[in-house]
Design a protein around this ligand. Structure first.
Ligand code: SF4
Length: 162
């Protein structure tokens, strides 16, 4: 059994900006939940952001760029949320270090949790390749991050290493 950090909104918690959860229809994801040691976290809630809250997107880059200070996370009301989101990412990394977590399944497309795709910063519904700040900081530390759509990859990996 391995510890896996999982975005709370994938676990039925209604913590997204609009007060919803994310439905996952994946036998491999369910297998992970039933057989592994799951640690739930919503990085945005962990830093005190409310439900509901304004939607946010990364402007001028991706999570890596936000961490280096060359891109910003803005709310749809133009508020600069970069510091809050980066703090949430740092808290997620600290949790992983404290609990020796090497794997994460995080919600795709989120400016925090997205690992392969994020929105393009224009609130137009268009996605681009890139990661959110949480996925970026975890990957920079060697933690393997998967989206909910790639649960089968993590299942395969766990089955090989154990
Ligand atoms: S995607 Fe991540 S930050 Fe957004 S609601 Fe889900 S757990 Fe929270």
């Amino acid at each position: 059994m391995v510890k896996i950090l999982v975005s709370s909104c994938l676990l039925g918690c209604a913590v997204r900006y609009n007060g919803s959860a994310v439905e996952v229809h994946s036998a491999d994801f369910n297998w992970l939940l039933e057989t592994q040691d799951i640690v739930a976290l919503c990085p945005e809630i962990s830093v005190g952001l409310p439900i509901p809250r304004v939607p946010a997107e990364i402007l001028g880059g991706d999570g890596v760029a936000v961490l280096s200070g060359s891109a910003q996370i803005l709310g749809s009301d133009k508020s600069d949320l970069s510091d809050k989101f980066v703090l949430g990412a740092e808290l997620a990394l600290r949790l992983c270090k404290e609990q020796d977590i090497q794997y994460a399944v995080l919600t795709e497309n989120s400016p925090s949790c997205g690992s392969q795709y994020i929105y393009d910063g224009n609130f137009s519904g268009i996605k681009k390749k890139g990661s959110g700040v949480v996925a970026a900081i975890l990957m920079q530390s060697g933690i393997r991050v998967f989206s909910q759509y790639a649960a089968s990859e993590l299942r395969r990996l766990i089955s090989i290493v154990r």
